[in-house]
Design a binder for this molecule. Structure first.
Ligand code: ADE
Length: 233
């Protein structure tokens, strides 16, 4: 998987991606990241990339020209290949695990991070294929949402996680939250690890974990519970 990330703050993207599991995957050649500093492409002699909005209103908007020229530079790097261009915005459709799985099947992805009050609509219409939001709240820029998406997608790319980190039995696998987990010691601050987990009886452990997953989902995420079991009595 190769990520291209168009941003005004490439160092923010690079620092976060140069950590832990994602860093290891990049070192192993399974993931690749190239940041494109949108400011490098402005025609403005003072390096400006933003301006006031037509029609008035608070805040500045990123202009079409530098974003479009940055995109043309990415296309050149891709030798004529095309791929999805993802703009992260609170006005996008909600990003979730299923979307991460779909995106993980792509060979490359382009992320576009906005700043200020957003980006001139005309360049979005021209280049963006997918609009995604990571939740119903507003952040100061698109870098954190792009990082969230890159991380969620990366861990589904074969070879990024090792066996112990493997993705299959975690939260949102099969629409349920993950069951509670415990490590040593057996007793901590008077709280014991549930006996069934010490029993070595695998069928009982599986049954207990599924029950815990269902109950946890019902309590904490009634919306997910309803989606999974809503049709049943
Ligand atoms: N940019 C600012 N807030 C955002 C959000 N919640 N999701 C995606 N992009 C954003």
């Amino acid at each position: 998987m190769k990520y291209y990330c168009m941003t005004l703050f490439p160092e923010m993207i690079e620092q976060a991606m140069n950590t832990s599991i994602i860093k290891r995957a990049m070192e192993n050649g399974i993931l690749d990241l190239e940041t494109i500093n949108i400011r490098d492409y402005t025609n403005n002699k003072h390096g400006r990339v933003d301006d006031y909005t037509y029609g008035g209103g608070a805040g500045m908007l990123m202009q079409a020209q530098p974003v479009y020229d940055a995109y043309q530079a990415v296309k050149e790097k891709m030798n004529g290949q095309t791929t999805r261009v993802i703009y992260v915005t609170p006005q996008g459709r909600p990003f979730h695990q299923q979307a991460a799985a779909e995106l993980a099947a792509e060979e490359q992805l382009i992320f576009l991070c906005g700043h200020y009050e957003g980006i001139d609509e005309r360049v979005l219409e021209e280049i963006v294929t997918d609009y995604y939001s990571i939740g119903d709240y507003v952040l100061t820029g698109g870098e954190l949402p792009a990082l969230v998406m890159m991380d969620a997608v990366a861990r589904l790319v074969p070879g990024v996680l090792n066996n112990e980190e493997s993705a299959t039995t975690e939260s949102f696998y099969d629409g349920l939250l993950e069951y509670p987990q415990y490590t040593r010691p057996e007793e901590w601050m008077g709280r014991r690890v549930p006996e069934v987990l010490l029993s070595g009886h695998h069928a009982n452990i599986e049954k207990w974990r599924l029950e815990q997953s269902i109950e946890r989902t019902r309590q904490r995420r009634p919306d997910l519970y309803e989606k999974k079991y809503g049709g049943e009595k």
